[in-house]
Design a protein around this ligand. Structure first.
Ligand code: PLP
Length: 367
């Protein structure tokens, strides 16, 4: 927390706006619009809820297919299943670790040849690194398939100064406890198309028709953000850029710390790309590292009570999505096999970073 969150929460209490609507919800939506440059934003209860509503508005129905990046957190794909549709997973490219545009095109052609045109495409900006949106959008536009951008991990990331989440027809943000800023739990749908955002607010408040009594012509959801959570969000927006600086400082620290050791690589930003560096990640090549694997590093850190974690296990390899179509080039399997997320909090101290560096030096001095 940055400090001003409490002030906004006190305002919510003093004005008795303790509900899933109120001045802070409106204010937070305005903050998001200002920050991202999207024309409209709806504050919702989670990023998952935002994905769910977006897919409903894209008319995804039982039996439909939706293309989704395989290398991601399960929340990108679960809403496809909520609607009885089938996720079609696409592997990653090596430059950003996100959806491979070449495979995307192959996947679309193959799905069409099998009789179904995918209803939507969900690329993800993993760990804050932007996906190759120009190429992905070119393929999507060629086939007239809408792109729903999962920017849950990428608030503050951009390509040529254009914010992630504003490239597709709609974009999804998350303010869950682990993200770059948090409202404890929360998310947002952003778009330049006002109709989608107005409709998402309607669906998120139980699809209540405009009538003096409670009347509903559509199935609704309880997905709006609370005014108290939005109060936290308004304070968090004031420290977002500071958090990005700190996360990027962590990344630069690791880059420097690993420089003397062979076989460890970190993901560089392609030209014009800016990553919020939500998490600092490394790839280990045991053939070059003298036998050090990601597990060697993970266990050595654990020995010193420092938590690290393998990269996201891709969706095509998850038991729950067993049997879903998958277009493979081997990249996401390799990333899962050899990749590690390092301690990345905005509140990491220099002392803590030095402790991590000592453990790393210890591993490699033993070789
Ligand atoms: C966190 C996350 C989500 C879901 O956001 P919630 O607010 O936790 O529901 C979706 N996609 C990705 C890639 C995420 O990391």
């Amino acid at each position: 927390m940055g400090g001003t969150e409490q002030k906004y929460i006190n305002e919510a209490f003093e004005s008795n706006w303790i509900a899933p609507l109120g001045p802070h919800v409106d204010g937070f939506e305005n903050d998001l619009v200002t920050y991202t440059g999207a024309t409209h934003a709806a504050a919702l209860s989670s990023g998952t809820a935002a994905l769910h509503l977006a897919l409903i508005m894209l008319d995804v129905k039982p039996g439909d297919e939706v293309i989704c990046q395989s290398m991601t957190f399960s929340a990108s794909a679960n809403p496809i299943a909520y609607l009885g549709a089938t996720p079609v997973f696409v592997d990653s490219e090596e430059e950003t670790w996100n959806m491979c545009p070449v495979l995307l095109k192959e996947a679309i052609n193959d799905r069409i040849a099998r009789g179904k045109k995918p209803k939507a495409i969900i690329p993800v900006h993993l760990y804050g690194m932007p996906a190759k949106m120009d190429e992905i959008l070119a393929v999507a536009n060629e086939y007239g398939i809408p792109v729903l951008e999962d920017a849950a991990e990428a608030l503050g990331s951009s390509i040529n100064q254009k914010a992630m989440g504003t490239f597709g027809l709609m974009g999804v943000l998350s303010f869950n406890g682990n993200k770059i800023i948090t409202t404890s739990g929360g998310g947002s749908l952003i778009s330049d198309d006002k109709e989608y955002i107005v409709k998402s607010r309607f669906l998120a408040t139980q699809s209540r028709d405009d009538a003096p009594h409670y009347q509903h012509s559509e199935i609704g959801y309880n997905y709006r953000m609370s005014n108290v959570c939005a109060a936290i969000g308004r304070g968090q927006m004031e420290v977002l850029n500071a958090h990005i600086d700190l996360r990027r400082r962590n990344w630069a620290f690791y880059k420097d710390a690993f420089a003397p050791f062979d076989g460890i690589s970190m993901l560089e930003e392609p030209e014009g790309y800016f990553s919020n560096r939500w998490l600092s990640t490394i790839l280990v090549d045991p053939k070059v590292s003298g036998g050090v694997t990601k597990e060697t590093i993970r266990l050595a850190l654990q020995e010193d009570n420092i938590e690290s974690r393998p990269l996201w296990k891709p969706m095509h390899a998850q038991p729950v999505f067993n049997g879903a179509p998958f277009y493979r080039n081997g990249v996401s399997d390799k990333l899962f096999q050899n990749g590690l997320c390092l301690p990345s909090g905005s509140n990491l101290t220099v002392t803590e970073l030095d402790r991590i560096k000592k453990v790393l030096a210890g591993i490699f001095s033993n070789r």
